[in-house]
Structure formats: C-alpha cells, structure tokens
Design a protein around this ligand. Structure first.
Ligand code: GRF
Length: 212
C-alpha cells in the first residue's frame, strides 16, 4: 500500500476525485493516510473528516514558511506518507519541503503549463484570448507551477465563456486528470529525461516488440 498525503486549502473537489478513484480501484494499492489543510475552515478538510480520514490543520497565519513546512513534513512522516498530492493547496512549498519528498510531490494547475502559472489561471487564459486551455498535473519543484509535467488535458474556450463557466469545464477535466496522473506515477512505469516525463512500455509490450 502506497501512503498518500493530501494538502489542501479550500473546496477539496480534487481531493474527493482522488479518494473516489482509490475507492473504485483506478488508483491501485494506495490509501490516503492524512489530509492536511492550512485553513481550518476549508470545506475539503471537513469532507476528509466525514470520510473518516486522519486530518490535521496546520495554520499559515503569521508563521514563517520554513517553520510551517517543517511541521507539515513531520506530520506527513508521522503518517508514513510516501507521495504528497497538492489539491488546491494555495501556498508555495519551501525548498526543504521539496527536498524531503524528491519527485514525490504532485500538483494540479488549471491551465496548460507553462502558460498562465500562478493565481487565476482561468481568468488569465480568457484575458489572453487563447482558444484552448486545460489543466496540468506536474511534479513540484522549488518554483511555482514549474516541475516536470506528468499529464495534461485540453479544454476549448467557448464563445460566451466567462471565468465561472470555463473554470467549471476545466475542473471536470481536473477530476479526470489527477487520478490518472497519480495512477501513472504510482505504477513506476516512467523515467524522467531532462524535464520530460517518458512513459515506459509495460513488460508485455516490450516482449511483443522484441518478437517482431
Ligand atoms: C483547482 O482548480 C486546482 O487546479 C487549483 O486549485 C483548485 C482547487 O480546487 N490548484 P479544489 O479545492 O480541488 O476543488
């Protein structure tokens, strides 16, 4: 069983998409060991509690990032977490946090990175006038919305879209993308070349290839 840790700050719909994917066996051999929020009022943490998961609130307010992150890493370790999933966690991680979980922290962002990093990615896409945007699941490094891309899904911008309608259509694709990306990473069937995520052929596929 791979132990996942979830970090969130708000609504928690991506957290729930991950939890449902574990329940239905799309993400195999994994469990959520702890859900951590930096906001006590986050709906996502209430949802985690009502699913009977271990939860912790580690508040941001008035604290240095390094101090808060050290507490989060200690909590993740306490729960044996091997992979961290940021699910609407609205805070940049310290270099110490990133170093504590090398290539084992994932994030989801509501644009096709490297376009529109940072806040309000959907509004940025509308303002820029792109015809296609989407969502990206990526490994987390020290820079905002920057690490190696694992998986992306495209979403067209439709005539008459506003921030709410576009965000809602992107969110639907986020809920597909995040579980799929986690399943792929947990399978271990990949290598990273420079900053490219390269899926490795499965054992069977390799055998078939070799007989040609
Ligand atoms: C999502 O749009 C995600 O891409 C971004 O924050 C939002 C979180 O939504 N990082 P939710 O809390 O998972 O519903």
């Amino acid at each position: 069983m791979k132990r996942l840790g979830i970090l969130l700050s708000g609504r928690g719909s991506n957290f729930l998409a991950i939890a449902h994917a574990i329940d239905r066996g799309q993400i195999k051999n994994a469990e959520i060991s702890i859900a951590i929020s930096n906001r006590a009022e986050a709906a996502g943490i209430v949802a985690a509690q009502s699913r009977g998961l271990a939860t912790r609130v580690i508040e941001t307010r008035g604290r240095k990032r390094a101090q808060q992150d050290a507490e989060i890493v200690a909590c993740l370790r306490e729960h044996g977490v091997e992979m961290v999933c940021l699910a609407g966690y609205m805070r940049l991680l310290s270099p110490e946090f990133v170093a504590a979980y090398p290539q084992a922290i994932l994030n989801i962002h509501p644009s096709l990175l490297p376009a529109f990093p940072g806040l309000d990615a959907q509004a940025q896409a509308l303002q820029y006038g792109v015809a296609i945007t989407g969502c990206t699941v990526h490994f987390v490094d020290e820079q905002l919305d920057h690490g190696v891309i694992v998986y992306q899904r495209a979403v067209p911008v439709l005539e008459g879209d506003d921030e709410a309608s576009l965000s809602a259509r992107i969110l639907e694709q986020e809920h597909v993308a995040y579980p799929e990306a986690i399943a792929r990473v947990l399978s271990g069937n990949y290598t990273i070349v420079d900053r490219r995520y390269v899926a490795r052929a499965s054992h069977n596929a390799t055998l078939i290839g070799e007989t040609k």
